[in-house]
Design a protein around this ligand. Structure first.
Ligand code: ATP
Length: 252
């Protein structure tokens, strides 16, 4: 069978008029996002704002009530298999087979995903993540930070062009957060991955992201580059001050 030509498109992620309702209750309202290739996008918002719902729609796990989403040029509803080949996803609580080793977990996932040259791919990925030493250790012996790194290995094993991370720093200690930041920056710089990251950790957004969006009660209330954001709010001592100001203005 002829393989599809990659679509030429400057945007990694395009969201047009997306609305979502659970049992008739609207939680996303006319969401529009255009994220160019190569960005590290930080998606901020209070608890229940709709960030996980958005990531579920973008990763084809949930069908939106209305609107369209294109990832790397492919429609998430009409071309979901093309989208899945091009995305990696690390959910907030990633699950593994705890009695299997890191290698066995990754090999199981790789075979399910139809990855060729499984052993070589696992070795290459663990080396990239500086994690070869744990290849034959069982997941039940792993710390939260180690599980997170294996989660990333699983998410990038098939060389996706867009990586989605849902609250990746949740539960990590400062060293774990720094290691994760280094990995995100290397995936972006060395492999050209576009990264979409749901997060509450504003200090990390400032150190990692090239652009941000703020979601409040299912509506996008702000989106711009990190550079313009910091220039626009020069009187705020920190990104947290900027964020609180946006949320307060929206809710008042
Ligand atoms: P958090 O930061 O707490 O993870 P979030 O921004 O990711 O929050 P979502 O998990 O997307 O927010 O939830 C948005 C809204 O949708 C919330 O009001 C939530 O209760 C509701 N919701 C989420 N999943 C479902 C579901 N499966 N069925 C019904 N309502 C849901």
């Amino acid at each position: 069978m002829e393989s599809k030509q990659p679509k030429v498109n400057p945007f990694a992620i395009e969201v047009r008029g997306v609305t979502h309702a659970y049992n008739g209750h609207k939680v996303l309202h006319d969401l529009n996002l255009s994220i160019p290739k190569g960005e590290i996008f930080g998606f901020l918002g209070h608890n229940g704002a709709g960030k996980t719902t958005t990531i579920s729609i973008l990763t084809t796990l949930l069908r939106q009530t209305a609107g369209t989403v294109r990832i790397a040029g492919y429609d998430t509803l009409e071309e979901s298999m093309d989208v899945r080949k091009r995305i990696g996803y690390l959910p907030e609580n990633v699950t593994f087979y705890n009695d299997l080793t890191a290698y066995e977990n990754l090999a199981y996932f790789a075979r399910l995903s139809g990855i060729k040259h499984v052993d070589a791919k696992i070795d290459e990925t663990l080396t990239f993540l500086d994690f070869e030493g744990v290849k034959h250790k069982k997941l039940k012996t792993f710390s939260k930070g180690m599980r997170q790194r294996i989660g990333i290995a699983q998410a990038i094993l098939h060389d996706p062009s867009v990586l989605f991370l849902d609250e990746p720093t949740s539960g990590l200690d400062p060293m774990g957060i720094k290691n994760l930041r280094d990995i995100i920056l290397r995936l972006n710089r060395e492999r050209g991955m576009t990264i979409f990251m749901n997060t509450h950790l504003l200090s990390e957004v400032g150190k990692t992201c090239t652009s941000i969006g703020v979601l409040s009660m299912g509506k996008l209330i702000y989106m711009d580059t990190m550079e313009r954001t910091l220039n626009r709010f020069p009187d705020e001592a920190s990104l947290e001050g900027i964020y609180v100001r946006m949320e307060t203005a929206e809710m008042s």
